[in-house]
Design a protein around this ligand. Sequence first.
Ligand code: S3P
Length: 170
Amino acid sequence: MKAIYLIGFMGTGKTTISHALGEHLNVPVTDCDEAIVQYAGKSIPRIFEEEGEQGFRDIEQQTLRQLHAENHIVATGGGVVLREENRAHMKKNGIIIWLEASTEEILKRLDSDKTRPLLTGGDMAERIQTLFDARKELYEGTAHMRIDTTGKAKDEIVHEILSHLDEYDV
Ligand code: S3P
């Protein structure tokens, strides 16, 4: 099996869905953000604080490249699509599934979150909207499959993904 990459904005459920999908398909799961923290030896907010966003993106790119590219499900960070190298790597190695959710739902899920440096300070709804608008085309242009998770239960989302997976050469 090729790799399955889950992409999408923060708070769209990439980590949760990757594990549920991994259980159904009996395939190991890797969370790119977790691998970054292990590789860097510090938390994501600390990486942003000490090395800035571009420093984080460098580590993210290196980490993604080192992850298994076969028989694996990879939950990526929301900004992975920002670099062309990452988009090309994922396209070359797997099927890319874009998880979407409405801004309201993302806001609800991340309301009290302090672990995402790009959303801290200022008006969170505004930040979500601005970042999402800047990335929407990248998600759209990179994904093979698009799944709206708004108002759906985990099992429903997994079922929807599985029902479409046959259409692809996984
Ligand atoms: C980011 C998303 C985060 C994490 C980092 C940057 C982004 O991952 O990689 O805070 O730029 O959208 P999640 O999408 O898992 O929250």
